[in-house]
Design a protein around this ligand. Sequence first.
Ligand SMILES: Cc1cc2nc3c(=O)[nH]c(=O)nc-3n(C[C@H](O)[C@H](O)[C@H](O)COP(=O)(O)OP(=O)(O)OC[C@H]3O[C@@H](n4cnc5c(N)ncnc54)[C@H](O)[C@@H]3O)c2cc1C
Length: 387
Amino acid sequence: MLSYDLTDEQEILRKTIRDFAENEVRPIAHELDEKEEFSVELTQKMAELGLFGMFVSEEYGGSQMGYVAYIIAVEELARVDGSTAATVAAGNSLGIGPIYYFGNEEQKRTYLPALCSTESDQFRLAGFGLTEPDAGSDAGGTRTKAVQKSRDWIVNGSKIFITNSANSLTLVNTVQAVTGTREDGRKEYTCFLVPADANGFRSVAMHGKLMWRASNTGELYFDDCQVPQSAMLGKRGEGFHQMLQTLDGGRLSIAAMGLGCAQGALDLALQYAQDRRQFGKPISKFQAISFKLADMATEVEAARGLLYKACWLREQHRPFEKEAAMAKLYCSEVARRAVHSAVQIHGGYGLMKEYDVERLYRDQRLLEVGEGTSEIQRLVIARRIGC
Ligand SMILES: Cc1cc2nc3c(=O)[nH]c(=O)nc-3n(C[C@H](O)[C@H](O)[C@H](O)COP(=O)(O)OP(=O)(O)OC[C@H]3O[C@@H](n4cnc5c(N)ncnc54)[C@H](O)[C@@H]3O)c2cc1C
């Protein structure tokens, strides 16, 4: 039966995360953004709240609340701050995801309890190392190589733009490397779980970002980095498939960030339009302004419907790749239109840093690039509809 109701548990979760975002994130978001500072303390608070491992079963330390619950959490954080939402989205979809879905029992028991922990002193993060300086949209262009040497693998190469990979909480990075050539002549890709303290590995935090300035982004360097056979994720040659499947899930969380960003822009703009008076009345009473708000509200609802449907398909274990790409594409573009209108409604004040809408305006920009650009989403959708 068709139902648009969230469960009581999901409604309570939304309220809890909204309160947290308003009370714990909003007051410090501007300062962290200005200083370009990743907050370990805020990340640990989110871990205490149970925001990592929401789709992971309890036996590995997760809360098993489900994918829709997780998406609601990301949406509510992004409504206030993109950096904070990015830490949670990447921590779950890209950090926990590949280990949970493709790891063997030993790997899950080694990493998941820390990645899902609600104890701040136990909690750790994982990164997802796919992108390289010369391999972005074309993930098949990976140059990082792993060569077998008796029971170990020697990794050489580098990764760039890796979220949550270069801070004191990082425990491990999932890394795709070329391990040989397949029978059909194409490259063979395999993923490895490279601990942050592995010999020959180092990570460097990247600075100077336009947006998500308080999220942690790193460059990874592998210089004869030695990892044991037990660090291989799944089987040799499965790396590319694992990475693409992880990105399908990641797209839902980027879509949630777009939806949250658009909702946040709408909420700020509506409040401002009701308070700001020109020509003797609130600017919300001018049709030019109220129609902008009406369009924003309509698009936000449409985006939410598309995203929640994709999450529902995923929870039903049905194919969701096309819908995930559609949700990511649409939510990030709705967010672009929403932040643009919200800044316009704020007039000159919207261009000043002390107004949160200015940060949302910048936060939005990444959503059309990260985890597959909008061009790549259109490519995925076009293929799925038979082009
Ligand atoms: C803040 C931040 C965090 C990130 N976090 C991670 C992470 O945690 N892990 C990770 O692995 N990566 C991460 N990324 C990398 C991100 O996924 C890539 O930047 C993205 O996939 C695009 O790759 P690129 O930057 O190399 O651009 P390119 O692939 O070089 O693309 C440049 C332009 O060409 C277009 N283009 C490329 N190929 C085609 C085509 N076939 N058809 C049409 N147009 C095309 C693109 O759409 C784009 O407009 C992050 C990036 C940023 C900025």
